[in-house]
Structures are given as structure tokens and as C-alpha cells.
Design a binder for this molecule. Sequence first.
Ligand code: ZN
Length: 178
Amino acid sequence: MPTPFAHIWAAVAISPFFSDKRNLVKLLLLGALCTIVPDADVIAFDFGIPYGHLFGHRGFTHSISFSVLFSLLIIGLFYRDSFANRKIWLPLFIYFFLCTLSHALFDAMTNGGKGVALFAPFYNERIFLPWRPIKVAPLSIDGLMSDWGRKVLISEFKVVWIPCILFWLTVLGLKRVR
Ligand SMILES: [Zn+2]
């Protein structure tokens, strides 16, 4: 995986498309949660579930199906009233769906580990995207402090942080002009 810092940038980068100014902080916090929740599956290792299993690391929680379900769950828990109005819940659904899915897509651009089960549970093969510029990050804090961790953060800065920040600023700028 990339580090959680890199994943969270996706929630910020696409937020101007969906921002509800009354509740921007809530939207961003929940969006950030969506970008990191797929890696809760590392707990599978503690239960002896192998990496390659449907519910192993980078399995079902890294799929399009999970992104749909988790987005609906977030809306059900935090924006339940919005279900009455499609103009409100649909943009929220798309935002949280994209935030969650961005995690799997970033993982699929890393240079290590197994790919992600993007189409699970219908097709459980692990896949990578053809372009994999992100160095795979250590899973521990100690690892992040190491030379490897430093190289990962530099690579993420170039491949994830800068493009996300530029994208975010561009969209914000365009919205101002309109
Ligand atoms: Zn992951």
C-alpha cells in the first residue's frame, strides 16, 4: 500500500466537485476515512487468513463492490436524511465511492505485494494497473522511519501528493472563475 497520508490526498483532491459548504469538514473527514478503511483488512493476518484469500489483505475491501457498499453505509450512518433527495445523496454517494475506490487504485499502482481484488467477489484474481510508479510502503511505524520509509515518502510526494494538490487547486480555481 501507499502510506495513509497518500491515500487521504485523494479525498481532498476530488472534494471541490462535491463540497457541501455547510459541512465541508464532515465531508472531508468521512472521505478521508473511506480512503484508508480498506486496509482494515490487515487484521486478516491475525486471524490466519492468507494474503491471497478473498478476505485477505488487498482482497474484497479493495474492490468496486466494497466501495459501493461502504459508500452507502456512510450515507446511511451520517446522511440518512439525504436519501429523500436524489440531488443530495447521489453526489455524496459518488464522492464516498470514489474516495474508497481510490485506495484500491493507488494500491494497484504500487510496485510490490499482491495486486488488488478490484472485481471481487465476481472475479477474485488480484490485479495491478499497467502503470506502477508508487513504491510499496512498510506496514509498520518502524518501517516508515527507515531508509525504505523515507524513499517511499519521497516517491509518494512526487507521484501522489503533488498531482493531487495541483488537481485540487486547479478545480478550486476553475470553480472560482465560474
Ligand atoms: Zn490497501
